[in-house]
Design a binder for this molecule. Structure first.
Ligand code: DQA
Length: 144
């Protein structure tokens, strides 16, 4: 595992101010910085990208085929709606870990279903920003 795409979906650009009681006080930049630092200790290059657009997220997944060894993906609300993102994850043939800051199983009923999870290596949900760092460690360990 040499290069990892960290892909953040809709509304995650607002982290820090968006429902901090649910998503925590870290901004997206804070999370990305933690991942870069952890990546340095693990010998992994991190490239992070956020979009509110489903198509841009599909494009980023397709592009990852050309350079990434694995993907950490928080699809945000598209988790619960997007066949297109599920198909993209299935298509690229890279190990993808789905992450969520909040525990989606402890919230509204509609958040319990993920279109993305069945085509991922696994999912980590409910550990705040640590969901991302746990995913990075597991991606790297899964490669050993
Ligand atoms: C989220 C959970 C989703 O249900 C929600 O729509 C988000 C954030 C999380 O990280 O907890 O936007 O993916």
């Amino acid at each position: 595992m040499k290069k990892v795409l960290v892909l953040h979906g809709p509304n995650l650009n607002l982290l820090g101010t968006r429902e901090p009681e649910v998503y925590g006080r870290f901004t997206l930049t804070d999370i990305n910085e933690r991942l870069v630092v952890l990546g340095e200790t693990l010998g992994v290059e991190i490239r992070a990208f956020q979009s509110n657009s489903e198509g841009a997220l599909v494009d980023a997944l397709h592009e990852a085929r050309t350079w990434a060894d694995g993907v950490i993906f928080n699809p945000g609300g598209y988790t619960h709606t997007s066949v297109a993102l599920r198909d993209a994850v299935a298509a690229i043939g890279l190990p993808v870990i789905e992450v969520h800051l909040s525990n989606v199983h402890a919230r509204e009923e509609f958040r319990r279903h993920s279109y993305i999870a069945p085509v991922c290596v696994g999912s980590i949900t409910g550990f705040g920003w640590r969901s991302y760092t746990a995913a990075l460690r597991l991606l790297v360990e899964g490669d050993e």
